[in-house]
Design a protein around this ligand. Structure first.
Ligand code: NAD
Ligand code: ZN
Length: 384
């Protein structure tokens, strides 16, 4: 089969790989019809995720058709159209039973803090991902979900990560009716978080980024206010001014470890790798929320230390909530909002790229070129 493979930082290539096979009776093999590149893949692409091995196939957002199932798979049959959440989870451990599929204790032999994900380095289990024609899906009765007829493939694809992650970001922000919410990052995750903040009763939503095209899209897609942090010398000062100097009820970090906006954070966290990434939006979020406010973190950070103002958070009495999304937990809620016509997630898709040209997709998305918000990948055989 044809599959994207990692060759080293900023280098990906499509190569022939052996077809994946059932390795365990709970596995399924899925023929991929659509996959995405995610902001999280960019951390891999930029060489920032520990133990990202040459030859791995990335891709944790994909939908497809079940090709084959193992002897113990009960819920799926060959021919089923499925959306596959990015988490690989056993469904039975202490954490899965609490709905923390992102922290499954069994699926990732290489780490205890983190569960497993498709195509996300050996730190996240070493499983090959879905930027390929076929993929092996472990615990096939736990994550994969038959796509209801109300969902087209594009919307189903958005339900594998970006939309439920944005939803969970808003949920973790503890929004109450009328609350003000500031979202850092106008990528797919921030856009969905901003949109979902309204579902939860927000009274005011503002999105911060440095790309005007993304902020313009945010105004349309999430009917929110926007701020380009490059337009002001101190974004936190402006955010405080905008909130009668009290601060925002909730702040969401949907940018993560490669954030811009502080030369010092970039130097220490991205260039020299002395910290695990640049935590600038997290810094801003802690400063911009009111005393007793909530900071919700879905932007990804690595395992080592970060320069964040924990003392400010402590003294302000800020609640910090965070995590990799556990997609399955909110999936039916997310689908209900689509069915009710509250959201059409596929609106954020800006590019459709053949698998063979996936290198261009990574470059476009990484460099924020050509108005790129969300690129999706289609294997050749699936493009008709
Ligand atoms: P993206 O790269 O498209 O978007 C990130 C946006 O943040 C960019 O538009 C960038 O300009 C903006 N940004 C950079 N610095 C900023 C700052 N200081 N303030 C405000 N905005 C800033 O990526 P995405 O797909 O939207 O993903 C965003 C983050 O969410 C990534 O870190 C990704 O790894 C993470 N993520 C987490 C989960 C999860 O389960 N928790 C799931 C998917 C993605
Ligand atoms: Zn993702």
């Amino acid at each position: 089969m044809r599959a994207m493979t990692y060759r080293g930082p900023y280098r990906v290539r499509v190569v022939d790989k052996p077809l994946p096979a059932i390795e365990h009776p709970r596995d399924a093999i899925v023929r991929v019809t659509r996959a995405c590149i995610c902001g999280s893949d960019l951390h891999l692409y930029h060489g920032l995720v520990p133990d990202t091995r040459v030859g791995q196939t990335f891709g944790h957002e994909f939908v497809g058709i079940v090709e084959e199932v193992g002897a113990q798979v009960r819920e799926l049959r060959p021919g089923d159209r499925v959306l596959v959440p990015f988490n690989i989870a056993c469904g039975e451990c202490y954490f899965c039973r609490k709905g923390l599929h992102a922290n499954c204790h069994n699926a990732n032999p290489n780490a205890t803090a983190l569960g497993a994900a498709f195509g996300y380095s050996h730190t996240a289990g070493g499983y090959d991902g879905g930027q390929a024609e076929y993929v092996r899906v472990p615990y096939a009765d736990v994550g994969p979900t038959k796509i209801p007829s109300s969902l087209d493939d594009d919307n189903a694809l958005m339900c594998t990560d970006a939309y439920p992650t944005g939803y969970q970001a808003a949920e973790m922000a503890g929004i109450r009716r009328g609350d003000s919410v500031v979202v850092f990052g106008a990528g797919p995750i921030g856009l969905f978080a901003a949109r979902c903040a309204w579902f939860m009763g927000a009274g005011r939503v503002l999105v911060v980024d440095e790309y005007d095209y993304r902020l313009e899209f945010a105004r349309r897609f999430a009917q929110c206010e926007t701020l380009n942090f490059r337009d002001v010398s101190d974004p936190v000062w402006l955010l405080k001014k905008e909130s009668d100097w009290l601060g925002w009820d909730a702040a969401i970090d949907a940018a993560g470890c490669e954030a811009r906006g502080s030369a010092m954070q970039r130097l220490l966290g991205v260039r020299l790798k002395l910290l695990s990434g640049a935590a600038t939006p997290l810094h801003w979020a802690i400063d911009a929320v009111r005393k007793g406010g909530v900071v919700s973190i879905v932007g990804v950070y690595g395992p080592t230390l970060n320069a964040i103002p924990i003392g400010t958070a402590m003294n302000k009495g800020v609640t910090l909530r965070m995590g990799q999304a556990s997609v399955k937990r909110n999936l039916s809620r997310c689908i209900e909002h689509i069915e009710a016509g509250h959201i059409d997630p596929k609106e954020i898709i800006t590019h459709r790229i053949p698998l063979e040209d996936i290198g261009d997709g990574y470059h476009l998305f990484s460099s924020k070129l050509d108005g790129c918000i969300k690129p999706i990948i289609q294997p050749d055989g699936a493009r008709a």
